[in-house]
Write a protein that binds this ligand. Structure first.
Ligand code: CP
Ligand code: NVA
Length: 298
């Protein structure tokens, strides 16, 4: 049963429930089997990263190894996307060398341009607008915790950023409910909020009360370092700590895509505490990355 997906994974436009569920089922199977294979033997993935990474880079590299392929890491200092060389020229070179490109970029337009100009699949490894690989791991983690997504409520407390946008994109495809609390001025993409039929508030407690999961991310994303002082002020009252976690459903879990900025959006107690599924979530980045690469590069 060959699964056909759009050439690129920049976000989940072009995905319906069928495509998403098939990808997640594949990830589950790969995890269960601790899959190692030669499916991508001789194939190479270029990792074009303008920003740092622990999870995304490592899981993509390890996923390629587990599938019999190889990854080449290219950092911005060497490649100079849009500085040393225009993005179109980079795409036109890389498509001659490799079978796929995973790109972590500041501007979403950069992954769009790569996808447009390269004949090989392009995976968004995080842009200012979306983090699709993260959303896949989030869904797998929620399924493992609750057996499914239908009727499950996730409260997002914090910045209306790339990670939230991708969660809002996938949620309606699987029947997951999202409640969002951000400070004024930090709302996510309104169209995605609307499509997900998400409950929106500026009050963290209102979002969290009775929810099955509480999810947060840094207040200052990569590339926003200049805004840090202002953000620290604007996000007061939005920290995910023991007090907020108490408002969850009795079985409620805590999620964070990591890295964490302790003392800001969350505490060490929350990330390492009883309710935390943060490291399952991180592990699931590997299995979901494998499913994506297996499907797009095969
Ligand atoms: N969650 C995530 O994408 O982590 P990295 O920035 O370390 O890749
Ligand atoms: N919102 C964060 C996520 C990091 C994985 C960022 O963009 O820096």
């Amino acid at each position: 049963d060959a699964l056909t997906l759009p050439k690129d994974l920049l976000d989940f436009s072009g995905y319906g429930p069928k495509e998403l569920l098939a990808l997640l089922a594949l990830a589950e199977r790969l995890k269960k089997e601790r899959y190692r294979g030669e499916d991508l033997k001789g194939k190479v993935l270029a990792l074009l990263f303008e920003k740092p990474s622990l999870r995304t880079r490592t899981t993509l590299e390890v996923a390629m190894l587990h599938l019999g392929g190889h990854a080449v890491y290219l950092d911005q200092k060497q490649v100079g996307i849009g500085e040393r060389e225009p993005v179109r020229d980079i795409a036109k070179n890389l498509e001659r060398f490799v079978e796929g490109i995973a790109a972590r970029v500041y501007r979403h337009e950069t992954v769009e341009a790569l996808a447009r100009h390269a004949r090989v699949p392009v995976v968004n490894a995080l842009s200012d607008r979306a983090h699709p690989l993260q959303a896949l791991a989030d869904l797998l983690t929620l399924k493992e915790a609750f057996g499914g997504w239908e009727g499950i409520e996730v409260a997002w407390v914090g910045d209306g950023n790339n990670v939230l946008n991708s969660l809002l994109e996938v949620a309606p495809l699987v029947g997951l409910r999202v409640r969002v609390a951000t400070p004024r001025g930090y709302e996510p993409d309104p169209l995605l909020l609307k499509r997900a039929n998400a409950h929106f508030t500026h009050d963290p407690k209102e979002a969290v009360l009775g929810a099955h999961a509480l999810y947060t991310d840094v207040w200052t994303s990569m590339g926003q370092e200049d805004e840090r002082e202002k953000r620290l002020r604007d996000f007061q009252g939005f920290q995910v700590n023991g007090e907020l976690l108490k408002l969850l459903h009795p079985e409620g879990i805590f999620l964070h895509c990591l890295p964490a900025h302790y003392g800001e959006e969350t505490t060490e107690e929350a990330v390492h505490g009883e309710r935390s599924r943060v490291f399952d979530q991180a592990e699931n980045r590997l299995h979901t990355a494998k499913a994506v690469l297996l499907t797009l590069l095969k």
